[in-house]
Design a protein around this ligand. Structure first.
Ligand SMILES: Cc1cc2nc3c(=O)[nH]c(=O)nc-3n(C[C@H](O)[C@H](O)[C@H](O)COP(=O)(O)O)c2cc1C
Length: 326
């Protein structure tokens, strides 16, 4: 076994937010972290993003709320949560004390509700940043703020003025031009852009002539969406000069490295937590060797290092050709 290279610096900076390493767990896939403390060494994570909270409690959508698809998972949870007051009372004390950064995910029904939620959260200590979930496909108002560049920019600008938290804007892939939305978010003062939330999809049972999900449609996640997520990370990283956080189908060190070279400064692990809650720590542990393999001593050396001159299919050397053929 190789000795771990200890000269590798895994820390990353997302605007005003510093993380010990770039591997985060994604909102909605890691509960409120306490559920995981006996399985996962939370001190090894770059950060935790608990389930999105809303101002008022939400029951979520009717069942079924998840269904497996080829290489993926379709969910229509519908932001089931106990609301901001219950979060502050029951979850925040534990989360604020975690041995890793805490990024609280919020979703407001309106512009003003978003702003007021962040203002309330600012009264509490232990929150390192806010992720704005402007991209949930499973609630009626869910993606409004991330499908209209002007609305998105105005929201982020007002939140930036209303609080001192670093702001991560989590965008939806369910738009024609994600770069335009990301540009508006960056111009309005977001510290980083997170891409992607789930892709709107559908599964039907043709014999019953019914959709499988109670809500009809849902959000697709898991390995099936990785190429779409990589494309979004690449496009957004080219369009803005703030850091990008990659999300979508990441389940291994190779997946994570693909996102880093495509332009992600950090990544979030989502659906993979459902079948291996320790996967994020495994990726953190594998990261120094992966960086060393390409001769990098810190994360910044690999971020956005994708070379476009010639795809692997164009490569003339035999090993690359074998890869392309295989
Ligand atoms: C069951 C489930 C619930 C989710 N809930 C949330 C949520 O509350 N807030 C949010 O921003 N994203 C939520 N997501 C989206 C994930 O955070 C992530 O963006 C998406 O699943 C893509 O990453 P993945 O392919 O690694 O899962 C949820 C995903 C799943 C599968």
């Amino acid at each position: 076994m190789n000795a771990r290279p200890n000269s590798v610096d895994l820390s990353v900076q997302l605007g005003r937010l510093q993380l010990p390493n770039p591997i985060l767990v994604a909102s909605g896939t890691f509960g409120y972290a306490r559920e995981m403390e006996h399985i996962v060494d939370l001190s090894r994570l770059g950060g935790v993003i608990p389930k999105t909270i809303t101002r008022e409690p939400r029951q979520g959508n009717s069942p079924w709320r998840t269904v497996e698809t080829t290489g993926g998972l379709l969910n229509s949870i519908g932001l089931d949560n106990d609301g901001l007051d219950a979060f502050v009372e029951h979850h925040l004390p534990y989360l604020a004390d975690m041995p890793c950064p805490l990024i609280v995910s919020v979703a407001g029904r309106t512009h003003d509700e978003f702003v007021s939620m962040v203002t309330i959260l600012e009264k509490f200590s232990g929150i390192d940043a806010i992720e704005l979930n402007v991209s949930c496909p499973n609630v009626s108002h869910g993606i409004d703020f991330a499908s209209d560049a002007e609305m998105c920019g105005r929201l982020i600008s007002d939140i930036r003025h209303a609080c001192s938290f670093p702001i991560l804007a989590k965008l939806t892939p369910n738009v024609t031009n994600i770069s335009k939305i990301a540009e508006a978010a960056a111009a309005a003062g977001a510290d980083a852009i997170c891409v992607i939330n789930t892709l709107l999809g559908m599964v039907v049972n043709w014999r019953m002539r019914r959709p499988m999900l109670g809500n009809g449609m849902g959000g697709l996640s898991g390995p099936a969406i990785k190429p779409v997520a990589l494309r979004c990370v690449y496009q957004v990283a080219k369009a803005v000069d703030i850091p990008v956080v990659g999300i979508g189908g990441i389940a291994s060190i190779d997946d994570a490295m693909e996102f880093f070279v495509a332009g992600a400064t950090a990544v979030q692990i989502g659906t993979a937590n459902y079948y291996d809650p320790t996967v994020s720590v495994k990726i953190v542990e594998a990261l120094p060797d992966a960086l060393q393999e390409v001769g990098a001593k810190k994360m910044q050396e690999v971020v956005g290092s994708l070379r476009l001159e010639g795809s692997l299919g164009d490569a003339r050397d035999s090993s690359a050709t074998m890869l392309a053929d295989g």
